[in-house]
Design a protein around this ligand. Structure first.
Ligand code: AMP
Ligand code: ZN
Length: 140
């Protein structure tokens, strides 16, 4: 996509701090990091989000995320690491080109909220899981 900034970053049209790249992904520094060393694993192919991601690229993304997490642990020695991926505006996605966040975490940094814990009726949980299970069965 010619007007997509992440396409330009992923394919090197706009230079950026790069930790790793291969035929499928580029791993770059987030411009507005939650912590120093916050990286984004961006697909080279334009894909809006995970619902559009093809299986081969999805597998390659996860391989690159795994390598990145291991390298971040070695290099920065954080207390922990979050891997986050937002799908859709309601989920906090602001750039509509698939990417995964890899964020080094430190005790007390307070950068991510934890969610409130619901206690739904068993019947509600069952209905949601059953609907998803049925949709999974229909997937190729
Ligand atoms: P998301 O909210 O999951 O869509 O995340 C988008 C991320 O992209 C945010 O963390 C932004 O800080 C980051 N971002 C936006 N523009 C750029 C850019 N030009 N270079 C690097 N990171 C960017
Ligand atoms: Zn794009």
């Amino acid at each position: 996509m010619s007007d997509c900034i992440f396409c330009k970053l992923a394919n090197g049209e706009i230079p950026t701090e790069t930790a790793y790249e291969n035929d499928y992904v580029r791993v770059i520094a987030d411009a507005n990091p939650a912590n120093v060393g916050h990286l984004l694993v961006i697909t080279k192919k334009h894909t809006a989000n995970m619902t559009e991601l093809d299986e081969e690229t999805a597998a390659e993304v996860m391989k690159a995320v795994r390598k990145t997490v291991i390298a971040m642990k070695t290099a920065l020695k954080p207390d922990g690491i979050n891997v986050i991926q937002n799908n859709g505006e309601a989920a906090g996605q602001t750039v509509m080109h698939f990417h995964m966040h890899v964020i080094p975490r430190y005790y007390g940094d307070g950068i991510l909220p934890t969610w409130r814990q619901l206690h739904p009726e068993q019947v509600e949980t069952h209905a949601a899981v059953a609907a998803i299970a049925a949709a999974l069965q229909e997937q190729k």
